[in-house]
Design a protein. Structure first.
Length: 248
């Protein structure tokens, strides 16, 4: 496969992933396997994927701030809780063999297929019961570890943890989520860079695609089509799992 074709596939994948992230979530479940299929080893694919994530979370954070949805102090406190776990997860990830990484990724992708169709009751106002709020802090350590280790599907974990422990609206959940991912992605990128596990060209192309897809998704989001988007993503993930496990 020529380098031009690889970059074209990566750009298109980034656009699709960016659109999916805005409308349904789970874009990394597409981009990380694509990077593997394009010939990167597991650690380099994992590291390269973070560049697109960093750019998209910066864009999303600025967008929330522009629309007056921002609580920097609270978001920063929550984000700092993920850092020890994220750093540990990234350090373990760069030492994992390709075969082990692909098996772990396949198992995670199977779980993501089910989480795509879990319904969350829309909540526009904060709830009054905050008795479980303290649970968010230990939860964020483990979620940070997972995010640093593999990233795929971490948005679903963060949304569940924040929503059910803090009892805040989904708007605020998403506001905190993108900032948390932004903050812990910075040290993980440093780790992957220092260990030589980032393909900068692939990362830039992927980030460009995700930015375009995110913009497109934000401007042309059709909530009635979310089920269709999730169904398409689920089919794509199943194909990816089959390929990762060499079942055909």
């Amino acid at each position: 496969m020529s380098e031009f074709l690889k970059l074209t596939i990566l750009l298109i994948s980034g656009i699709i992933a960016g659109f999916i992230n805005v409308n349904a979530g789970g874009g990394s479940s597409l981009t990380l396997p694509i990077l593997l299929f394009l010939g990167l080893d597991s650690a380099t694919a994992n590291g390269t994927n973070r560049i697109g994530i960093l750019i998209q979370t910066i864009s999303s954070t600025l967008s929330f701030k522009k629309n007056n949805h921002s609580n920097l102090k609270k978001s920063l406190i929550l984000a700092l809780c993920t850092l020890p776990g994220a750093i540990s997860g990234a350090l373990i990830s760069v030492r994992l063999s390709d075969a082990s990484f692909k098996k772990i990724l396949s198992i995670i992708l199977i779980g993501i297929i089910f989480t795509l169709f879990i319904k969350h009751k829309p909540q526009t106002e904060d709830l009054t019961d905050n008795s479980k709020a303290w649970l968010v802090y230990p939860s964020l350590f483990f979620i940070g570890f997972y995010g640093g280790f593999i990233q795929v599907g971490v948005g679903f974990l963060l949304m569940s943890a924040l929503y059910y422990t803090l009892n805040i609206s989904l708007v605020k959940v998403n506001m905190h989520k993108v900032f948390i991912i932004l903050i812990y992605t910075i040290p993980t990128i440093i780790i992957f860079t220092v260990t030589g596990n980032i393909n900068i060209i692939f990362g830039i192309i992927l980030a460009a695609g995700m930015s375009v897809g995110g913009w497109w998704g934000a401007h042309f989001a059709v909530k009635s089509g979310e089920k269709f988007i999730k169904a398409v993503l689920a089919v794509a993930i199943i194909i990816i799992i089959v390929k990762l496990l060499n079942l055909i």
